[in-house]
Design a binder for this molecule. Structure first.
Ligand SMILES: [Cu+2]
Length: 338
């Protein structure tokens, strides 16, 4: 039996609007008929801002399972103790698990996760700390933990595959300071990364950066029909989450975004914030900004710290400056209040 061929965009629209019948019949009954919703979307709508919100889809994901807003500020500093040489020791526990996650309302993805979430926990330390990660693989495939940073080869998570039920302890000093990431490095790499095995690793400089509203954003995507292309793009996994749940910030408040790109299949991803410019610190390894701009692009694994303040109140969108990505979920709102 042949099925109608859906474009990438149709997939998200059908999924979020619910006309497929698989996903949204109940939600539609509550929220209105597709006949009312579709024409505006097909034409782009009379009011483009309104149609942006329309793209947010019907309903919401189960935020008790994973809340992209909570992830913004959820830092794991580990269990802290002191080594005999006076060095701070931070111990973390990471378990890999197969788990179905919701990447848009009613759209589920069979993920491989660290600690049951995608991205995995944001690990945070200060430069010079000793890091010890107790990793256990409870997933159905062999996995590893590969950290970006400076460390010995047997701590690199490449050669020592951790089979199902096995454990491995990674231990190294946190260096250099900056914004890093960790991910599985098992072959085929694109499968192990795209399935969800990645997270952010922040190494603070010895003298902390100035106080700010700090937010972690992982640019990611999901190939929900396994055709080698992403159907959903997001920051923090859930398409259009930050349209449904704008990020509240104060006028003139210093905002610091730790932004990492892990998107698989597409060579680059990007960010653009509206009606403002930001200082960009590439990889966060220097304390002087590399530029002052409103748009930046990143290959996979590339990351930067962005700092800005909003001068005016209002609802400002931020999104990928690849239009297709933003229309498939990578679009949100910064809500600036007095
Ligand atoms: Cu893996």
């Amino acid at each position: 039996m042949s099925k109608p061929k859906l474009s990438r965009r149709d997939f998200l629209m059908v999924g979020t609007i619910g006309t497929a019948g698989v996903l949204g019949a109940a939600a539609l009954a509550k929220q209105g008929s597709p006949a009312q919703a579709s024409p505006a979307r097909q034409k782009g709508g009379g009011d483009p801002y309104d149609s942006h919100f329309g793209l947010g889809g019907v309903g919401d994901t189960d935020l008790s399972a994973f809340d992209p807003s909570a992830y913004l500020t959820d830092f794991d500093y580990g269990q802290v103790s002191q080594l005999d040489n006076g060095q701070t020791l931070r111990e973390y526990t990471i378990v890999s698990l197969d788990k179905e996650i919701e990447v848009a309302p009613g759209i589920y993805f069979p993920a491989w996760t660290y600690n049951g979430q995608v991205p995995g926990p944001t690990l945070r330390a200060t430069a010079g700390d000793r890091i010890r990660i107790h990793f256990k693989n409870l997933g159905s495939h062999p996995h590893t933990l590969h950290f970006h940073g400076i460390h010995p080869v047997n701590m690199d998570g490449v050669w020592e595959l951790v089979e199902n039920g096995q454990s491995y302890t990674y231990e190294f000093d946190a260096e250099p300071f900056g914004l890093h990431l960790y991910h599985c490095h098992t072959i085929p790499l694109k499968a192990h990364i795209h399935k969800g095995l990645y997270g952010v690793f922040i190494v603070d400089p010895p003298t902390p950066r100035p106080p700010a509203r700090e937010l972690v954003m992982m640019m990611n995507g999901f190939d929900t029909n396994f055709d080698g292309d992403n159907e959903i793009y997001a920051v923090n996994t859930v398409g259009f989450h930050f349209m449904r749940h704008p990020i509240s910030i104060k006028k003139d408040e210093l905002v610091r975004i730790y932004l990492v790109n892990i998107t698989e299949f597409d060579p680059i991803n990007s960010i653009h914030i509206h009606a403002n410019f930001f200082d960009i610190y590439r990889t966060g390894t220097r304390l002087e900004p590399d530029g002052f701009t409103d748009t930046a692009m990143f290959c996979q694994g590339e990351r930067a710290i962005l700092e800005f303040r909003y001068k005016f109140p209002g609802r400002f969108i931020f999104h990928a400056h690849q239009s297709e990505f933003s229309e498939l979920g990578w679009l949100g709102v910064l809500e600036v209040t007095e």
